[in-house]
Design a protein around this ligand. Structure first.
Ligand SMILES: [Zn+2]
Length: 149
């Protein structure tokens, strides 16, 4: 663990996402649209031993990025209960555990192609209720189709 800490450079400003479910860090980076092309420092650790999860976890540390609510909701779908820390001036300015919201509105279309939210003449926002956290299952409020993640 000490060795890992040494290898990860401290960031002056940005976000640390810790306790990500193992193997999901790359998908989280995709959600955030981070490909490393813009020169900012991104540190990713995949399948690190975690005492808290009693197994493995992923960690992402990214410079000069803070997350909006939509991004947090998307990450919560992939890995509920991961922890988010915002860093300012090398200090943690805010830290919280990510929770799945009870409903998701307009974030992605229903899997059911015939769902009214997909075929209505007027543009309509999708809406889902969270019915299970592990694995994440959402029920469409219009057609009751279960959408899994
Ligand atoms: Zn639906």
């Amino acid at each position: 663990m000490t060795e890992l800490t040494l290898r990860i450079e401290k960031i002056k400003s940005g976000t640390v996402i810790d306790h990500i479910e193992p193997g999901k860090a790359i998908r989280v980076l995709n959600i955030l649209g981070l490909e490393g092309q813009d020169g900012r420092l991104i540190t990713v650790a995949i399948n690190v031993q975690s005492k808290k999860l009693g197994g493995k976890k992923d960690i992402i540390k990214v410079e000069n990025v803070f997350l909006d609510n939509e991004q947090l909701n998307q990450i919560s779908l992939l890995s509920p209960k991961c922890s988010i820390s915002y860093i300012e001036n090398f200090e943690v300015s805010k830290k919280f555990i990510l929770n799945l919201p009870e409903t998701f509105i307009g974030l992605f279309p229903c899997l059911n192609e015939n769902c009214i939210s997909n075929v209505a003449a007027e543009p309509m926002k999708s809406e889902f209720q969270v019915i299970s956290e592990k694995p994440v299952k959402l029920r469409c409020v219009y057609c009751s189709r279960i959408n899994r993640f």
